[in-house]
Design a protein around this ligand. Structure first.
Ligand code: SF4
Length: 414
């Protein structure tokens, strides 16, 4: 049964009116993305009384500052159903509060309407055969139909002080280990988690990522994990994305495909070579450099197919024309580019910086969604290649192509 992510009554609206409401909501979402969001004590306490509450798990994570105390929500759904990841900023003008017994989003005293939260899938509480809760191995999400697995929470680039300036993976490692114990997800644990999530109907796609492992042992890991997943699902190939660094031996890309993954991702993050070298020194110095990364992406399209390879960007660090140049080039080669709103987070070298303006992101997302359309990427392909359906370009693509379920409710009695 499809879940309903919106609370707004659209029974009196036409599809065109719903589209215009979604565009308004998209601007709101992008604004929250750049400013962050916070929640009142009353709203947070009430959430914690709900057995289905699904939280962030980490106090650092993607927040502006370290959060201590009650676990924060992982995301919210706005009144017309757009998903917003919860990037906590205690100074944000966007505050979730309670009004009339409902959880509502407010901005400087004005209320935007009722919001909803992600529900915890049942499998999160189950345990792997070696006793680890499956929800700590891979988080399932009904909205994105994805299981997100992070196989390790450290990146060896820190050893030479070459970790990416926007990334706080190594900072989070200590927080996580303190709270939940040692962290390494074995291939068998991952396979059991994927099987449980797929069987429950939470997800149809798994994205597996993690920090860079010393001596580039990710490949061996992905081979073993692919084999375990195929065994668990009893299939020859599955809807999974192996997120890797660009190899210098491109035969390794063929091996990822042979391991059963439908898609792969190599996240370039920035297009300008000098920005790339300065912001992602580990990637630039240890993966054959910028040119090798581009060649590897193009090779991966030959192996996995058109629209079956992703490259994610952290948008807002380099000037927009540079990022757009990269999007246009890579999409034209069959690579599904995507981007996150850059939220400078705690523990990264950029902690304390600010994101660009809201309209900057709307503009970038609109142009990327156009490149997707122009290069023949369907929503199904975008879903399979990206790590979740909730980023701005996906929203824009779905709004414009009327892919959201809310369109079907337009003009119909509740
Ligand atoms: S390669 Fe960069 S983005 Fe990836 S985990 Fe390492 S530091 Fe973070």
């Amino acid at each position: 049964m499809a879940l309903k992510f919106w609370t707004a009554d659209v029974s009196g609206l036409s599809r065109t009116q719903v589209k215009s409401k979604l565009w308004e909501e998209l601007r709101l979402k992008a604004d929250i993305g750049t400013k962050g969001i916070t929640i009142s004590e009353a709203a947070l306490s009430s959430l914690h009384g709900n057995a289905e509450f699904s939280g962030q798990k980490l106090g650092g994570g993607r927040n502006r500052k370290l959060h201590t105390g009650k676990e924060l929500p992982a995301c919210i759904y706005l009144p017309y159903g757009l998903k917003v990841t919860f990037n906590w900023n205690e100074a944000s003008p966007y505050v979730i509060d309670i009004a009339g017994g409902k959880q509502v989003l407010t901005y400087e005293g004005n209320t935007f309407g009722e919001i909803q939260y992600a529900k915890q899938p049942k499998y999160h509480e189950r345990k792997s055969s070696d006793g680890v809760p499956l929800g700590l191995i891979g988080r399932g999400d009904f909205y994105d139909r994805i299981v997100g697995v992070t196989y390790s929470n450290e990146c060896c680039y820190i050893d030479k002080d070459e970790d990416c300036l926007f990334c706080n993976i190594n900072y989070n490692k200590d927080l996580y280990s303190e709270k939940f114990g040692p962290y390494w997800r074995t291939p068998k644990q991952v396979a059991e988690t994927v099987q449980a999530a797929f069987e429950e109907g939470v997800a149809d796609h798994v994205n597996i990522t993690g920090g860079v492992i010393a001596e580039r042992r990710e490949l061996e890991y992905y081979m073993d994990t692919g084999e375990e997943i195929r065994k668990a699902l009893k299939v020859d190939a599955f809807n999974g994305t192996a997120v890797a660094t660009a190899p210098t031996d491109f035969g390794n890309i063929d091996k990822l495909k042979e391991a059963g993954f439908r898609t792969t991702a190599m996240n370039l993050e920035l297009w300008d070579k000098d920005f790339y070298k300065a912001v992602c020194p580990g990637k630039a110095n240890n993966s054959g450099g910028w040119e090798n990364w581009i060649n590897a992406l193009e090779y991966a399209v030959k192996v996995f197919g058109w629209g079956r390879v992703r490259s994610n960007f952290v948008a807002g660090i380099e000037p927009m024309p540079k990022t757009l140049q990269g999007f246009e080039y890579l999409c034209g080669k069959g690579v599904v580019c995507s981007f996150n709103i850059w939220m400078p987070n705690v523990g990264s070298a950029f902690e304390g910086h600010r994101s660009p303006e809201t309209e900057w992101y709307i503009d970038l997302g609109t142009k990327l969604a156009e490149f997707w359309g122009k290069n023949g990427f369907t929503f199904d392909k975008i879903h399979d290649a990206t790590a979740g359906d909730h980023r701005l370009p996906s929203d824009i693509f779905r709004i414009e192509n009327e892919v959201f379920d809310i369109y079907e409710a337009a003009g119909k009695a509740e």
